[in-house]
Design a protein around this ligand. Sequence first.
Ligand code: PMV
Length: 319
Amino acid sequence: MKKTARAHTNIALIKYWGKADAKLRIPLMSSLSMTLDAFYTDTSLEIGEEDGFYLNGQFQYEESSRRVLAYLDFLREKYQINDKLIVKSQNHVPTSAGLASSSSAFAALAASFAAFYDLDLDKAQLSRLARMGSGSASRSIYGGFAIWQKGFDDASSYAFALDEEPDIDLQLLAVEINQNPKKISSTQGMQQAISSPFFKPWVERNEVELNEMVAAIRKKDFSKIGSIAELNANEMHAINLTAKPEFTYFEPNTIKAIKLVEKLRNDGLECYYTIDAGPNVKILTKLKNVKDIKEIFMKEFPNVNIISAGFGPGISILD
Ligand code: PMV
């Protein structure tokens, strides 16, 4: 017997960057994301002689399988299961657009485990389970816009759907500046960021920014959605730059892409950017601008991949 689940990647417009409890992955702030149709992970689970993790058909040794196998241990302990398990994941992310994120990976794994063992979990319970694999995975249970409410313990920290099928003209363009794995993991980055003098204000502003974003989404106000998302991303990266020791995910081409987004916006082609724990830039725009922006970016960055995405669906069980 085998169970396969599909989860789509999400991009945070209000970001999670700081933990209240590292072990339980309880965040210090609530976050809000857009689930993307172009990027997803299919993960199947079956019983084996030994535990094993295959990614895109390749067996993963030691370091590359450690996090997945540790998560399996957590799941088995929680549900008192003794089976040895084989996990097979297929990342459907055209090349590595900087979006092969852990969000779809751990959401798909949590869902395939729940389906395999018939756990009969509701979406909030599944979100909590995915959260224990990776915080951002808690939001990939849902399509459209999702909010991960920070909560204060395991039971209260989970994501819910704000609008699973938003009727908003919003597209994301993923500009792949660099395919290399990130040098500072999000776990390490979050730990280091706490030392910034701006960390406290960052946490304190979360509620206001989240509420503003929810209001902008309800009003279908693209300009507001874009500008709040851009500000929120800049705040996160400002904290990294002012941490002790300071660090940044930006590379020269990240800055070049930011400048180009600002120029296009000033020239009347409305677009905004957001950036996660890596050098790649994600552009938010309207459908009518996608072609022009892509063309301009491809001229400025001839060797760079650019992939567009719209709203994606929530979790599904494939077989
Ligand atoms: O849950 P992780 O380890 O994938 O961390 C996510 C961190 C950001 O992508 C930068 C922000 C977010 O909310 O997704």
